[in-house]
Design a protein around this ligand. Structure first.
Ligand code: GLC
Length: 428
């Protein structure tokens, strides 16, 4: 079992809680075709403005969001306070491009933070380093105006130092006005992405050192992600839209990590996306992550009316139903010292070993390496005993190649009614 590298921020709760909700919400929810729509379709400000002018989330009920997250087993949430489009959910003093100036006219962040905290969840703020609205943000490879014939000329008037001051001020607001903030999720750096002579952006543009120092000064203990372009300074690493197959390492050393994933591909609400993950994929992503010592941050993109749509509710329901009976194999668990059999994953919490079975076998499951090591076994969903024996003593064992170090579990013929059934093994 690995112990990850020590962090500046308080990772103790983070590596225990394991499961959080990501929320991507902004005016791109009205376009409903990816949170990058402004960049992808190269939409100029005056056209994109229509989403701001029509922003009216009349169904917004943060207490319902928070309850849904808690019921799904999520222990923290990370909200896009500002995404790349530049729109701010809170009443920032530094811009008019914010929720309080839309027809809705109300701060969206404060009630959200209060609601999630009231449900016992920890608070995380995503803050985009990119800003496709701010007049001082230099046009670059991702900017909606990148192919504008006058892009280079327009950049002459843009001053990234002014933009960095704006970010500094906004981060200060975020970290002083909402009480304790447990996570900050800066997104993202791309220093090497030059385009038509326009440079990408990284630590020198964001003034990452300053931003990080401010962050840690205002919120000691806060967990900071790894996208500020400051190698060695992050508290946790953030593999995105893929599942690591082993503990994530940086310079050969295991680190604290959190995979972030979507239900259907895009982060913002996407009406027409059909690639929604199956219940098996959803649960297996969580299990795979914890079995490699990581956290899972699962994303929801609320609609422009401020609701989780029926597809998102269904996906969250998959987690709710499974976590209600199996959270013991997730919270406080990490990568096991043992190697799981084929089509299975282990997580471990001290002397308890959790065997997640992805393909239900017929009756016997053979676990190499655990013979003689298990004192008791049960199904986790109903605490029903799973009988077992150690290999080697049975009369056919030798001819079937079953040795002493193999544990033989007797499973019911019928798979328990769980997307991924779990056997809880009590080690001697
Ligand atoms: C990205 C994307 C983005 C998303 C994020 C989540 O880098 O730019 O839209 O918010 O990752 O990890």
């Amino acid at each position: 079992m690995y112990a990850p590298e020590k962090t500046k921020g308080d990772a103790s709760w983070f590596v225990r809680d394991r499961f959080g909700m990501f929320i991507h919400w902004g005016t791109y929810a009205l376009a409903a075709r990816h949170e990058w729509v402004k960049s992808r379709e190269q939409i100029p400000d005056d056209i994109y403005r229509k989403y701001f002018d029509r922003f009216y989330p009349d169904l917004y009920d943060p207490r319902e969001w928070a309850r849904t997250a808690r019921e799904a087993g999520m222990k923290y949430f990370v909200i896009t306070t500002k995404h790349h489009e530049g729109f701010c959910l809170w009443d920032s003093k530094l811009t008019d491009y914010k929720a309080t100036r839309t027809p809705w006219g109300k701060d969206l962040l404060k009630p959200m933070v209060e609601a999630f905290r009231a449900e016992g969840l920890k608070v995380g703020f995503y803050y985009s380093l990119l800003d496709w609205h701010h007049p001082d943000f230099p046009i670059d490879v991702f900017h909606p105006m990148r192919d504008h014939p006058d892009a280079a000329k327009m950049n002459e008037k843009r001053d990234v130092r002014k933009y960095a001051r704006y970010m500094y001020g906004q981060v200060r607001e975020l970290l002083t006005r909402f009480g304790k903030v447990d996570i900050i999720w800066f997104d993202f750096s791309y220093p090497d992405r030059e385009y038509k002579g326009m440079k990408g952006k990284g630590r020198n543009d964001w003034q990452s050192e300053k931003l990080l120092a401010l962050t840690r000064r205002l919120q000691p203990g806060i967990m900071v992600n790894n996208r500020l372009d400051l190698p060695g300074k992050a508290d946790f690493h953030t593999p995105e839209q893929y599942q690591p197959r082993d503990w994530v390492r940086v310079d050969g050393k295991p680190v604290v990590w959190e995979a972030c994933q979507t239900f259907s591909g895009s982060w913002g609400y996407h009406r027409d996306e059909a690639t929604w993950k199956s219940p098996e994929q959803l649960i297996q992503m969580l299990v795979n992550t914890v079995s490699c010592g990581g956290n899972l941050l699962m994303n929801v993109g609320p609609t422009a009316r401020g609701a989780f749509d029926d597809r998102a509710m269904k996906a969250l329901g998959v987690y709710r139903d499974w976590m209600r009976l199996h959270s013991r194999s997730i919270y406080g668990c990490t990568q096991s010292e043992f190697k799981a059999p084929q089509d299975c994953r282990f997580t471990q919490n001290g002397k308890r070993l959790y065997l997640h079975i992805y393909a239900w076998p017929f009756k016997q499951l053979y676990v190499d390496g655990l013979g003689g090591k298990v004192a008791y076994a049960q199904l986790l969903n109903d605490a029903s005993e799973v009988r077992f024996r150690d290999g080697g003593a049975g009369k056919d064992d030798a001819s079937r190649g079953i040795a002493k170090d193999t544990l033989i579990l007797d499973l019911p013929v019928v798979k328990p009614n769980a997307v991924v059934p779990v056997v809880e093994l009590f080690l001697k």
